[in-house]
Design a protein around this ligand. Sequence first.
Ligand code: FES
Length: 106
Amino acid sequence: MAKVTYIEHSGTEHVVDVPDGLSVMEGALRYTVPGIDGDCGGACACATCHVYVENGWMEKLPPMNDLERDMLDFAFDVKENSRLSCQIKVSPALDGLIVRTPARQY
Ligand code: FES
């Protein structure tokens, strides 16, 4: 279990206890956090789970693989701290993680 804070583009915060083994995307969908669509169900094939990772957390996440890197090219307004949240599995090590959602997906 990890407490994950999702911050919408508008600034609205959602603090959610996400069970271990779910992805950050699945945590958002399960608790109806807006701003993350997850259209492909986590197959790394849609880029609608794009998030910005808060300062200090990027290096604590599992590294990005080539598939995620390629798919991120299709996301809206990609930045240095962009990740696809379906590729981030929740574990106790991610307790306190903060992610922000972009202005829109696509
Ligand atoms: Fe489709 Fe993440 S849910 S790429």
